[in-house]
Design a protein around this ligand. Structure first.
Ligand SMILES: Cc1cc2nc3c(=O)[nH]c(=O)nc-3n(C[C@H](O)[C@H](O)[C@H](O)COP(=O)(O)OP(=O)(O)OC[C@H]3O[C@@H](n4cnc5c(N)ncnc54)[C@H](O)[C@@H]3O)c2cc1C
Length: 155
């Protein structure tokens, strides 16, 4: 990977650039989005440089998130966001074996903490089903606490 630090514009990894080196494409920002775009352009044969202002890639939100591989249950229907979430999910499953990326198959829970949130659960369920996510259900507070005993009893 070609990777330069914007602060001093000296190459800090892999190859030494010449001052007059020309690239087809510069991708700015080495988060998950930038690195994915970088990978795609490299695979298509473009001479691509990834420019990152920090000392390493993936130091921002992409490093400190909850690591849930989203399936799109709560994305706005018929949007680019939903399309990207679904394609990203499929792509991760496809490339993870080649790249030896880990995955822990589990479930996710959206927990209502009060009556107002409880009232919204059915519309979240309907949205998810409408988005093509079939394995969704509403479970009782007792079932939630059985699955996650360390959650607050107000779930
Ligand atoms: C607390 C939290 C939990 C989350 N949990 C999840 C989750 O479970 N699942 C999920 O799918 N998503 C989750 N997200 C969202 C997800 O982390 C982000 O959508 C994603 O990481 C954004 O990636 P990015 O590449 O756009 O941004 P970033 O990861 O922020 O990358 C941007 C990069 O650009 C660099 N940069 C910025 N400006 C410049 C510049 N001028 N020049 C050069 N480099 C620059 C930054 O240093 C950084 O490295 C969560 C987010 C947060 C905050």
């Amino acid at each position: 990977m070609d990777f330069i630090d914007l602060n001093n514009l000296f190459p800090i990894k892999t190859s030494d650039f010449k001052d007059d080196e020309v690239f087809d494409i510069a991708v700015i920002g080495g988060g998950i989005v930038g690195t994915a775009i970088f990978k795609e352009f490299c695979e298509q044969g473009a001479k691509t440089v990834l420019v990152e202002k920090d000392n390493d890639i993936l130091e921002g939100a992409s490093k400190g998130n909850s690591a849930i591989l989203h399936i799109g249950f709560d994305a706005p229907p018929e949007t680019l966001e939903l399309e990207c979430v679904k394609r990203g999910y499929a792509e991760y499953l496809k490339i993870r074996e080649d790249l030896k990326l880990p995955i822990l198959k589990t479930t996710a829970m959206v927990v209502a903490w009060n009556d107002e949130q409880l009232d919204k659960l059915d519309s979240i369920l309907q949205k998810g089903l409408g988005n093509g996510v079939a394995e969704l259900d509403i479970i009782t507070a007792q079932q939630v606490l059985k699955k996650e005993p360390n959650l607050s009893a107000s779930a």
